[in-house]
Write a protein that binds this ligand. Structure first.
Ligand code: MG
Length: 344
């Protein structure tokens, strides 16, 4: 099942024009507060829905009788019975076929047309905590990074490189990513498989990891290499506003075998840059999550980004960094594509 966070657009109802406009960090469209039907107040007008496999329509989960104000709450509080209801609704949506031009005009459909009636947001627009990231977790990427800046990218063989990434608000598929040209001279992309934890866990074994995973999404770990390498820690260079787009959806863990063996790639202005498989990680998902959970509670909704394969901009000679106007598309088989254009 593919879960999305979305916002209604156009004349599809439930949009409070009188609510204050909330521009956030200059990213994306202004947003308004919204009173949802069950009395819950969804501050950004965000709702959770099920995305059809072809990506053309959304079933708001509220239409199934299940109501959560946002994805973080659904992840933390869902129960297996509710997930079964949602899965059945997802299957019914697939069986109902695609939108016709005529049906988009029909007011009483259960489904919203992506684009004309609903804008897909990042699946977790405001993460509860910093994203936990893996550095140098694909062999050939670790090698290209060490060639670029040996002092900043030296891996130790036996232990994973963990670092954190602040995400004030995650841009969606299609949203711009700021260039910060006065601050950043070496903006880079990193296509990654992100894992979302589905329940609070501590001290779990690698064997227990699959049952604690809620799902997977695509994360582009945008990085300012000049900021990343001039400070001892990578935090600042990874954490500028807009540097962590995710999307387009969360695919629930039951859709993939474990560990997921999926093609992962990135393209810049159509040129293939990264091209690998998600099971090529040096430290696998079962190891990473069990390791992190030793002594540290991983809360439901925690996002762990598993690292990027070779082919980032700093790996080329000369480097191929991003500039305003460049478009990056990350793709993971079975999840979709995440496309962002660099803005001024
Ligand atoms: Mg990364």
């Amino acid at each position: 099942m593919r879960l999305v966070t979305f916002q209604r657009v156009g004349n599809s109802g439930a949009f409070d024009e009188s609510a204050p406009v909330m521009p956030l960090f200059g990213i994306g469209a202004p947003m308004r507060g919204q009173e949802s039907g069950d009395g819950l107040f969804s501050f950004f007008g965000e709702e959770v829905g099920i995305l059809s496999k072809d990506g053309t329509k959304i079933l708001p989960i509220a239409n199934t009788g299940i109501s959560y104000p946002d994805m973080n709450t659904l992840i933390a509080e869902h129960n297996p019975q509710e997930m079964e209801v949602l899965r059945a609704a997802a299957e019914a949506m697939e069986a109902s076929g695609g939108f016709t031009e005529d049906s988009e005009e029909t007011v009483d459909t259960d489904y919203l047309a992506v684009g004309t009636q609903a804008k897909i947001l990042s699946p977790i627009p405001v993460p509860l905590q910093d994203v936990i990231c893996l550095g140098l977790n694909y062999t050939e990427h670790a090698e290209e990074a060490a060639v670029y800046a040996k002092d900043s990218f030296t891996a130790r063989d036996r232990y994973p490189v963990y670092f954190a990434k602040r995400v004030n608000r995650s841009p969606a598929d299609g949203d711009p990513v700021p260039a910060y040209a006065d601050l950043v001279d070496s903006l880079d992309y990193e296509a990654e498989l992100a894992v979302i934890i589905g329940k609070d866990v501590k001290n779990i074994t690698p064997e227990e990891v699959p049952e604690c995973i809620f799902g997977y999404t695509i994360l582009n770990d945008f990085s300012a290499r000049n900021l990343q390498t001039r400070h001892t820690q990578w935090y600042l260079g990874k954490s500028l506003d807009g540097y962590t787009p995710m999307g387009p959806c969360i695919v629930t863990a039951d859709e993939f075998s474990f560990p997921p063996r999926l093609k992962i790639s990135s393209r810049v202005n159509g040129e293939l840059r990264q091209d690998s498989m998600t099971d090529m990680l040096i430290f696998g998902i079962d190891y990473i999550i069990a390791d992190l959970s030793r002594g540290m509670t991983l809360r439901a909704g925690t996002i762990i980004s598993t690292g990027t394969p070779k082919g980032v901009g700093m790996g080329f000679d000369p480097p191929k960094f991003l500039h305003a106007g460049d478009t990056v598309t990350c793709e993971i088989e079975g999840i979709g594509t995440l496309t962002n254009t660099i803005s001024d």
